[in-house]
Design a protein around this ligand. Structure first.
Ligand SMILES: Nc1ncnc2c1ncn2[C@@H]1O[C@H](COP(=O)(O)OP(=O)(O)OP(=O)(O)O)[C@@H](O)[C@H]1O
Length: 379
């Protein structure tokens, strides 16, 4: 039974946090080396107030180092960080006023949920009355009001992570930094908390910088994603742009496990680029600044390919595998003839699945086909 004397007055728990609390953040030519390793290499980005930005990349691509420099836990070799117009590059972490949520919840085990969430306010000398109001409304927003008197060990992993989120939100930082905050949770809980994080971020207009190596998570949460590789940003764009207009083969592959079809650039006509594939067919793509005759790779996501009658698309082949994954079906097609016999991967609605062994044609809207120089093969 909770001690009702210390429970917040319900009249004070009506959510009243102002929206639009987030501030813009700009990072200019941030660089960090460790011995001979360049962890972060001249990273620059402008993040708008209220934007949800994710650093996405493989292990070792520099995501955490970039975030830690923004947080102030890691000193950059050069470059600057400006939050809401204030240069914070040389400030100690606690002077930057940013919020953090990490994979490890780092809650105080001996304190109740309420006290854990109130802690940043106590540190900042916020009055008791204000603390009650802010902690109350923050817990309510995260659906934790009923657990205010529990200690962390009496909570599930997901609930503990929500408490950690509340603790970061309670003092309304202008920017919240999150490093794989859902990394330790199972898939179902991750999905649930993703929705909650997004809801709270939108409700409050928070600026969030989020680190993950999980592309699905990045796509669900982000207004924009910075795809990182070897300490640099390959592309910083909306999820849609990254999918539809990947600027590098790495982005095309990392986001959508693209098919890369080797060939030679045949012609540019108006808004269309034509590539003669090694498998014999012609594929049309978005215009690209690649010279005629160059070796190229035409990239197309499995979900952007469409079946057509044999001999009518850019490729004709035989259905090699058909795998149902929920409402989708994954299909591989082995192209007939030509030098290129790599199977092509498709993702189709389950109702449109072809049969094993069927002969099919493949086509794609040119707007969904990217062309990249094939640097390994003379492009
Ligand atoms: N304290 C350190 N000392 C030496 N090298 C480091 C240090 N921290 C990071 N690095 C190196 O810097 C590079 C970038 O590391 P970082 O942790 O930023 O990558 P990441 O993308 O966050 O990876 P992960 O997803 O595995 O956390 C890696 O090559 C890493 O080994």
């Amino acid at each position: 039974m909770p001690d009702l004397n210390v429970m917040p007055d319900p009249s004070l728990t009506v959510p009243s946090m102002p929206t639009g609390t987030g501030k813009p953040l700009s990072v200019t030519r941030l660089r960090k080396t460790y011995g001979g390793v360049t962890a972060v290499d001249e990273v620059s980005m402008e993040i708008a107030a209220g934007e949800f930005v994710t650093f996405l990349g493989a292990s070792g691509s520099g995501k955490t180092t970039t975030l830690m420099m923004i947080a102030g836990f890691c000193e950059p070799d050069s470059g600057s960080i400006v939050v809401g117009g204030r240069d914070v590059t040389r400030l100690a972490p606690q002077k930057r006023g940013l919020g953090f949520v990490f994979q490890q919840y780092l809650l105080f085990p001996h304190m109740t949920v309420w006290d854990n969430v109130a802690f940043p306010l106590t540190l900042r000398g916020v009055s008791k009355a204000d603390q009650r109001r802010r902690v109350g409304e923050t817990l309510e927003m995260a659906g934790l009001s009923a657990m205010a008197r529990r200690r962390p060990r009496e909570l599930s992993g997901g609930q503990q992570q929500r408490v950690a989120l509340c603790r970061a939100l309670v003092y309304r930082p202008p920017v919240i930094l999150m490093d794989e905050p859902l990394g330790a949770l199972d898939k179902k809980l991750r999905d649930q908390l993703q929705t909650e994080i997004k809801r709270i971020q939108q409700e409050l207009g928070l600026t969030v910088i989020y680190v993950t190596h999980d592309q699905e998570e990045a796509l669900v949460l982000s207004d924009r994603i910075a795809v990182m590789r070897d300490g640099r940003i390959d592309q910083f764009d909306t999820p849609q742009e990254l999918f539809e207009r990947p600027r590098t083969p790495f982005v095309a592959d990392f986001l959508g496990a693209a098919n890369f079809l080797p060939g030679r650039l045949e012609a540019h006509t108006g808004e269309i680029t034509t590539v003669r594939l090694d498998s014999g067919g012609l594929i049309t793509a978005r215009p690209q600044a690649v010279p005629d005759g160059a070796r190229v790779r035409a990239a197309v996501q499995p979900g952007r390919l469409v079946l057509c009658p044999p001999d009518q698309g850019f490729c004709t082949g035989t259905v090699e595998t058909v795998t149902y994954v929920g409402t989708l079906v994954r299909v591989t097609v082995r192209p007939l003839g030509g030098a290129d016999t790599e199977p092509v991967r498709l993702e189709l609605p389950a109702g449109r699945a072809p049969s094993f062994g069927e002969r099919v044609g493949l086509t794609a809207d040119p707007a969904n086909v990217s062309v990249f120089p094939d640097t390994e093969n003379g492009g």
